[in-house]
Design a protein around this ligand. Structure first.
Ligand code: NAD
Ligand code: DAU
Length: 351
């Protein structure tokens, strides 16, 4: 009999890559993708696998405890990969409550449902919480976040993720719930919602619109190709030790300004534009409140213990990503026009 595996947030950016990997790689799993289809959820991200027999989509909200408990009773999940979240720092600054509800309350609902469902037999079960490097705070010029770096979240988003990480660990220590966690750096690749820096910049370069850089553009992020994150998640879900945390990162630090300039240059070449013309679109705008200066991940634990390492270097990853957005302008246009939300309303209101 197939094992039922729950993936939450599978219609989002990273979740869609994880769902695709698991559906294609593990025919013995029935992958149940639970997603509320918020503004960030887009089933177009999964159109290539949605008719596969080992894939089931369920529209639902993790903040609804009764719904989540019933789902666990019906499907008796063997494992959970929890990615559903409010994920954008800027939105968390203007509306923190949505982040508290989904990222904290939603996570506790899943933990409670798993605890109840697995009460008589925790053997072989796993609750995997996918989290962010932002929980560690902000670095100066040197150093990297390790798994033992103290938590110091500084935005409502990172505080909500830190809180959910603590709760997941509390369920391990208090109730012996078999959990595993990972904290990853910034992802880039196909299907990322265009509120985030890289897809926003690619789309604006394409349309010759201004490229907003917060502050001086000297903040640093450590970028990882999303498919490498999905592979790390696969490895941690299957081989990660219960109770442990793994940091995931790309060893690929860029200031925002250098990153945007790099994207400009690649796109000038691809679009046969005068070299340097896209860089002239760069516009320095008001800084993000409480903007973290630098993130960098020390991923030596996952490399040493699980044998994972990033397989795509940044030149290849940036090229692939730009090509994907240029070749999928319908995906972007549907999002920007809001058509995708109408599509879901029609398809899923009667389920
Ligand atoms: P995303 O915003 O693209 O996707 C989030 C998904 O969760 C969407 O499909 C959305 O519909 C769904 N969702 C939101 N609220 C929900 C709710 N209440 N119930 C059910 N579904 C809900 O996010 P992402 O960038 O793919 O991030 C996925 C996870 O990975 C998050 O937990 C995030 O904190 C973490 N993460 C992201 C990055 C990154 O660079 N994007 C890096 C490290 C960790
Ligand atoms: O580090 C992991 C985190 O990376 C994830 O946990 C988050 O879910 C994800 O959104 C991402 O957070 P960031 O805030 O780093 O990503 P964002 O793409 O919003 O911004 C990247 C950097 O670019 C950041 O320093 C802010 C800056 N920026 C962003 C936007 C949208 C700009 O300068 N201009 C912009 O228009």
């Amino acid at each position: 009999m197939k094992k039922n595996i729950l993936i939450t947030g599978g219609a989002g950016f990273i979740g869609s890559h994880v769902v695709r990997l698991f559906v294609n790689k593990y025919p013995d799993y029935q992958i149940i993708n639970l997603d509320a289809l918020t503004y960030a959820g887009n089933l177009e991200n999964l159109s290539d696998i949605d008719s596969k027999a080992n894939y089931t989509f369920i529209k639902g909200d993790i903040t609804d405890l009764a719904f989540v408990s019933n789902l666990f009773k019906n499907y008796k999940f063997e494992g959970v990969l929890h990615l559903a979240a409010e994920s954008h720092v800027d939105r968390s600054i203007s509306d923190p409550l949505a982040f508290i509800m989904t990222n904290i309350v939603g996570t506790v609902n899943l933990l409670n449902a798993a605890k109840e469902c697995w009460a008589n037999d925790m053997n072989g079960k796993k609750f995997y919480h996918i989290s962010t490097d932002e929980v560690y705070g902000s670095l100066g010029k040197t150093g990297k976040f390790t798994e033992t770096t103290s938590y110091d979240p500084r935005s409502p988003y990172s505080a909500s993720k830190a809180s959910s990480d603590h709760l997941v660990r509390a369920y391990f220590h208090t109730y012996k719930l078999p959990v595993v966690l990972s904290n990853c750096s910034n992802n880039y690749g196909a299907n990322q919602f265009p509120e985030k820096l890289i897809p926003l910049v690619i789309n604006n370069i394409k349309n010759s619109k201004s490229l907003p850089i917060y502050g001086k553009g000297d903040n640093i992020r450590d970028w990882l190709f999303v498919e490498d994150h999905a592979l790390a998640i696969d490895s941690i879900y299957h081989d990660g030790k219960i109770g442990e945390t793994y940091n995931i990162g790309g060893d690929n630090e860029w200031t925002n300004l250098d990153l945007v300039k790099k994207l400009c240059d690649i796109m000038d070449k691809k679009l046969n534009r005068e070299m340097g013309s896209s860089q002239r679109l760069i516009t320095f705008v008001k800084d993000r409140a409480g903007h973290d200066q630098r993130y960098a991940i020390d991923a030596s634990k996952i490399k040493k213990e699980l044998g994972w390492k990033p397989s795509i270097q940044f030149e290849e990853g940036f090229e692939k990503t730009i090509d994907w957005y240029l070749q999928n302008s319908d995906w972007m246009n549907n999002i920007l026009s809001g058509d995708y939300e109408k599509f879901y309303e029609q398809q899923y209101t009667n389920r």
